[in-house]
Design a protein around this ligand. Structure first.
Ligand SMILES: [Cu+2]
Length: 288
């Protein structure tokens, strides 16, 4: 390679790198939406966990982008610097075993994976740490709606969800089951399913957990912002899965208490679960 060629290649690599870096800066510097990594939370502190989740997400993005830029840069540099030139004949010089290189490309990816894992693991442990909450909500998912059992300040109240068929008619969303939460009160969700596997998801809260028949999963969080949010089932669970939606209203403690007062006393327990054994024996009975 002549020195003239080499200078030309370097200039080209420098140009490409500069364009990529400028593009990245432009993307990261602009809107608030970009700054939260296109996540659906409205503000950073929608719950006591959204800040940490958003930070993990955005920092992982930035780290991935830097690794990507380095990798793409090196690839481009190889392609341009070692391209076939006029007058080249035959195969290029064949090389094997470059020990420092092999150690480098084994060690660096391991370090990257371990670093990503340890940050995710720390955040996840902090989020899943059980909390003694004054409000416990036993959520029962069912094809295709939600029951909410509230246990708060010695009171037991329930809401029985009925699926709102969304047929394009205006206002149907208002008839969806609504989950009420008091702002700044720690809440424990006990997630249960009455029939098949569902998944409890409030996108703005950036948390989602499967609801498995016969097993109770837990989410602990404190909503920190009043407002209306959307909730949905995030596990394909049958014909009307896409309509297994609910509204979430984070309100003041006073409004929450007023709402609870309108609900019937008691809890909707396992008696409303689908009973697979009973169904099976009935089917058996018929056939025999
Ligand atoms: Cu579902």
């Amino acid at each position: 390679m002549s020195s003239q060629d080499r200078t030309g290649s370097r200039r080209m690599v420098a140009k490409v790198t500069a364009i990529a870096a400028a593009g990245t800066l432009l993307l990261t510097g602009c809107s608030e939406e970009v700054q939260r990594g296109w996540l659906p939370n409205v503000v950073k502190d929608t719950t006591n966990h959204t800040g940490a989740i958003q930070e993990l997400w955005v920092n992982s993005w930035i780290a991935s982008l830097i690794i990507g830029l380095l990798t793409w840069g090196l690839l481009l540099w190889c392609i341009i610097a070692y391209r076939r030139r006029k007058g080249d004949e035959g195969y290029p010089r064949q090389l094997s075993y470059n020990m420092p290189m092999e150690i480098f490309y084994t060690a660096v990816p391991i370090i990257i994976v371990v670093t990503f894992f340890s940050f995710s693991n720390t955040t996840q442990h902090a989020i899943d740490e059980p909390v003694d909450s004054p409000l416990v909500i036993d959520v029962r998912a069912k094809q295709w709606a939600w029951d909410f059992n509230y246990q708060y300040e010695g009171e037991e109240k329930y809401f029985a969800g009925v699926q709102a068929h969304l047929d394009g008619e205006a206002g149907a969303e208002d008839r969806l089951p609504t989950l009420y939460l008091p702002v700044n009160v720690p809440v424990t969700f006990e997630l249960n399913s009455r029939d098949v596997i569902h998944s409890f998801w409030i996108p703005a809260f950036l948390q989602k957990l499967d609801m498995i028949p016969g097993k109770t999963n837990h989410i602990y969080l404190t909503p920190q912002v009043e407002g209306e949010f959307q909730g949905k089932c995030a596990e394909l669970c049958g014909e009307y899965h896409s309509e297994m939606l609910f509204n979430v209203k984070v309100v003041s403690e006073q409004e929450f208490n007023d709402y609870l007062a309108t609900l019937p006393d008691g809890q909707l327990g396992e008696e409303y679960d689908r009973q697979p054994n009973v169904v099976n024996s009935a089917v058996h009975g018929e056939g025999e």
